[in-house]
Design a binder for this molecule. Structure first.
Ligand SMILES: Cc1cc2nc3c(=O)[nH]c(=O)nc-3n(C[C@H](O)[C@H](O)[C@H](O)COP(=O)(O)OP(=O)(O)OC[C@H]3O[C@@H](n4cnc5c(N)ncnc54)[C@H](O)[C@@H]3O)c2cc1C
Ligand code: FES
Length: 284
């Protein structure tokens, strides 16, 4: 495995809890000592469908929270949206069922060494890694504001403890069923200005991340985003997850979002490539 995944382990993880929250399932897994190695932004890859399943590919899920209880007794929490066969199978599993899980995978959000003013932006289940990130940032003395957007109220994932853990929480929905009618990008400029934001962290659909990058670039602030490109293997082998990214010398390369991501500097991603390899791209 790439050095980014050097801590990753394959474990048999027992399900400790599985609760429906709005359109999602909040699921807790007993993963042993690897919980201590998980950072906000990392993801897990889970085998789905049981022993004789035709679903051979693992499914990727962002780590919502990792809890190290000591003595190799850690938990990983996920927020899962049931929609296709794999996610429906996972959310139908019961307490005490055991799943095959690999974690921690991928890059993590960079944490500033000084206290800064951070705005966390999540779309749909993309809010999952932001609550753990918020806890880490607050422990560093940062002010944390949050924006969560979704198509409708049921698809906003904002548990009560999440609301309490940030200085302000703004909700947007496409249909106006909760919070501000519109998209997260509609409220971003005002929030960046009124809270003197230094850095934006985000996770959600690629279109949302592209819109946030445009706003962050216009404001001259950094934007770290966790991309949600479809992943077949999740461990750097298959190249299905490549996206065009400009490196520090200006060269565009097709990078694997499961290895060089999911967390990336939004300003370096070529968002308008329309799933084609941009002209002048040099290798992977
Ligand atoms: C980094 C990351 C974090 C995520 N976090 C969450 C989360 O926190 N919560 C959540 O609900 N969802 C999350 N997702 C989305 C989740 O992985 C998908 O919803 C899930 O894989 C769907 O599986 P399914 O069987 O239900 O759906 P289906 O649509 O039936 O199957 C999708 C599967 O097809 C395969 N596939 C996709 N693209 C290709 C390809 N190009 N070539 C070959 N096979 C392909 C993959 O194995 C993929 O998992 C995340 C995805 C990524 C990449
Ligand atoms: S998902 Fe296979 S290389 Fe990234």
């Amino acid at each position: 495995m790439n050095k980014i995944n050097r801590n990753a382990r394959q474990v048999s993880a027992q399900i400790v809890s599985n609760k429906k929250v709005g359109a999602y399932h909040h699921m807790v897994f007993n993963v042993g000592e690897i919980a201590a190695l998980c950072k906000p932004g990392n993801f897990v890859a889970i085998s789905v469908g049981g022993e004789n399943s035709s679903m051979v590919l693992r499914r990727a899920f962002a780590i919502y929270r990792a809890v190290d209880r000591g003595a190799g007794n850690g938990l990983i929490e996920l927020v899962v949206a049931p929609h296709g066969g794999g996610s429906r199978w996972l959310t139908s599993c019961g307490v005490d069922d055991v799943v095959d899980l690999i974690a921690p995978l991928g890059t993590a959000f960079g944490i500033p060494s000084e206290p800064v003013r951070a705005l966390l932006v999540g779309g749909g289940y993309g809010s999952a890694p932001l609550f753990g990130l918020s806890e880490v940032l607050k422990a560093r003395g940062c002010r944390v504001d949050m924006v969560l957007g979704a198509s409708s109220a049921a698809k906003i994932y904002a548990p009560l403890e999440g609301k309490r853990s940030v200085s302000s929480l703004t909700i947007t929905t496409d249909d106006g069923s909760a919070g501000v009618l519109g998209k997260v990008s509609d409220v971003l400029t005002d929030l960046i200005d009124s809270n003197s934001i230094d850095i934006v962290y985000s996770c959600g659909p690629m279109g949302m991340l592209a819109a946030i990058t445009e706003i962050a670039n216009a404001k001259g602030i950094m934007h770290q985003c966790a991309v949600e490109e479809s992943m077949a293997c999740g461990i750097g082998v298959c190249m299905t997850c490549v996206i065009p990214v400009r490196d520090s010398s200006g060269v565009i390369k097709m990078l694997r979002s499961c290895i060089d991501g999911p967390v990336m500097d939004g300003a370096n991603v070529i968002w308008d490539s329309k799933r084609k390899i941009p002209e002048g791209t040099w290798g992977a």
